[in-house]
Write a new protein. Structure first.
Length: 202
């Protein structure tokens, strides 16, 4: 079965069609105009937002909706806090008695009022002699220190010896004879003194 080819309209039929088309009116003129135009359709324009005057921003402040961050200050731990976090190397019962002030020191040295250059050799001499003599618990008095005249933006530590002595006790040559360091009980000086528990002499 062969498909019939479409017949072209004759001249009379074409003339009739043109007369009919000329006597009609378009139902949707906008569509017909857009169909005749070859340009792509433009998107509808959005109305411009109303511009705010300067008076509308009078009560606005930068960051007014931001959450206020909590003030956080990281302070270095005190010597007593650092020593309290250190592991217990001596007998635990003896450590409890010592920190409660129930053990009496066998010897003591008072570094209060000395400079760092004076106190360091005195401390080394005292502890090495105590270790040689077979003493176990000694008291090192540093004093709490006085707050100096602070002129700079960085705060100064109160009690230079109180902060420095624990470092000396863990460094050579004292670190070889010192077993435990703890802040003294109030009856023996509190924050201004340290218990130093020495290793057994060889």
């Amino acid at each position: 079965m062969t498909r019939r080819r479409p017949r072209k309209p004759s001249a009379e039929e074409r003339d009739l069609w043109l007369r009919v088309a000329a006597s009609t009116t378009a139902l949707h003129p906008a569509r017909s105009a857009a169909a005749d135009d070859n340009d792509p359709p433009k998107p509808p324009q959005q109305p411009a937002p109303p511009q705010k005057s300067r008076s509308d921003f009078a009560g606005f402040h930068i960051g007014q909706s931001a959450r206020a961050a909590a003030l956080r200050v990281d302070l270095a731990p005190s010597p007593a806090e650092r020593l309290a976090q250190a592991p217990i190397r001596m007998d635990r019962k003896a450590h409890q008695k010592m920190t409660r002030g129930k053990l009496d020191p066998e010897a003591r040295i008072d570094l209060h009022g000395m400079t760092l250059a004076e106190a360091h050799p005195e401390l080394i001499r005292f502890l090495l002699n105590a270790h040689t003599a077979g003493r176990r618990l000694v008291l090192v008095i540093t004093g709490k220190g006085k707050r100096g005249h602070d002129e700079g933006p960085i705060p100064q530590r109160q009690g230079v010896l109180r902060h420095q002595v624990p470092h000396w006790l863990h460094q050579p040559p004292l670190g070889q004879v010192v077993l435990q360091v703890s802040q003294a009980h109030l009856k023996h000086g509190g924050a201004g003194a340290y218990y130093v528990y020495l290793r057994r002499g060889g």
